[in-house]
Design a protein around this ligand. Structure first.
Ligand SMILES: Nc1ncnc2c1ncn2[C@@H]1O[C@H](COP(=O)(O)OP(=O)(O)O)[C@@H](O)[C@H]1O
Ligand SMILES: [Mg+2]
Length: 331
């Protein structure tokens, strides 16, 4: 009988994942990725040396615009893409030395929904559990169906499910082997507001049960609602990596945009202490630090300065503002 080397001293394993609790759920150092040139496109450097340490227990957001390299990083974790250089460990397990054990530590929900439309949700979860070698007695198919709100759809064909149900099934599928880390690539892309709320609640619940969550998003709002840590990736490099609270401190401003009824030739002298900007389109923009000014008072002063307001809107900082705050205005 083959002897499992060192099995006596090794901690008990759950579906191939050692029963350990590393400080870092994910550690990545100097990750580079260059996609090779093809007939149609030249070689493309997608990651330029990513260093990231993701603490166990966190909800960690990888935030960045389209094309930043987020999916490339996720796909290196899941084994879909080979890194060109660097070192990565998942749950303390090096992906080059022990690829199978490392990958057993994560469940990945890819950006694209890829499911066989001819299986039912129950069959989909059973097949996936079989794929991971989860013994029948330890499968959690029914529990996952319930958790994902799909108990009454267990026997429906996947092609008959709504987009939201499919996405929840994908999450269930990623969880069949009870990985300590769940990775979601753009969970909210193309998802309506109601479903997004449901997804967020589900993510929070899994996290409160001890699952470390890593998600990518290009919505600042999503990262700031859900994540306790945010790393910003831009053009294949990490440009910020800190707690959400710290990151938002850099952005504690608000903006009010006023469209006056009649065009102004200059910002009114009475309002100069508020540093308004008169744009070429004729709108007047006020920006202030959160709490420094009350919108009500601001509007009173604008009217008192003789400006009739045709339209107005307020603006919260968005991803673009984060980049400006981090790197200074782009020239
Ligand atoms: N399979 C691939 N082959 C070649 N280039 C790719 C491939 N996948 C992604 N890229 C390129 O790598 C860069 C990063 O893409 P991606 O990781 O998908 O970014 P994100 O997920 O942040 O939108 C982009 O310039 C993209 O065009
Ligand atoms: Mg992507």
């Amino acid at each position: 009988m083959p002897d499992h080397a060192g099995s006596a001293s090794r901690p008990p394993a759950k579906h191939g994942v050692p029963d350990i609790a590393p400080e870092l759920a994910i550690a990545a150092y100097g990750i580079h990725k260059t996609y090779s040139a093809t007939k149609r496109s030249p070689a493309r450097m997608a990651l330029r040396g990513i260093d990231l340490e993701i603490p166990r227990g966190s909800i960690f957001g990888l935030l960045g615009p389209n094309g930043a390299g987020k999916s490339t990083f996720i796909n290196i974790m899941s084994g879909m893409v080979r890194k060109s250089a660097g070192q990565m460990s998942l749950w303390g397990i090096d992906i080059d030395l022990h690829p199978r054990a490392a990958r057993a530590a994560i469940g990945v929900v890819p950006q694209e929904l890829n499911m066989d439309p001819f299986f039912t949700p129950r069959e989909t979860l059973e097949l996936q559990a079989g794929f991971y070698g989860v013994p029948r007695a330890e499968r959690r198919t029914e529990e996952l169906l319930g958790l994902m709100g799909l108990a009454d759809k267990a026997e429906a064909y996947v092609r008959q499910l709504s987009g939201g149900m499919k996405r929840r099934l994908m999450i269930g599928k990623a969880m069949v082997h009870e990985p300590p880390i769940l990775v979601l690539d753009e969970p909210s892309a193309g998802v309506d507001v109601e479903l997004r709320r449901q997804l967020w609640a589900m993510i929070r619940r899994l996290n409160s049960e001890g699952v470390t969550i890593v998600l990518t998003t290009h919505y600042l709002e999503e990262a700031q609602e859900l994540c306790d840590h945010i790393a910003i990736i831009d053009n294949g490099a990490v440009t910020a990596n800190e707690s959400t609270v710290q990151l938002l401190k850099r952005l504690d401003h608000k903006t009010l945009i006023i469209e006056p009824t009649s065009r102004l030739s200059a910002a009114p002298a009475d309002l100069l202490d508020l540093a308004p900007v008169l744009t070429d389109e004729g709108t007047l923009i006020f920006t202030w630090r959160q709490g420094a000014v009350r919108v009500e008072d601001l509007l009173d002063r604008i009217r008192a300065a003789g400006i009739a307001i045709k339209d107005l809107k307020t603006q919260e900082p968005d991803l673009e503002d984060v980049f400006v705050a981090l790197t200074g205005p782009k020239s």
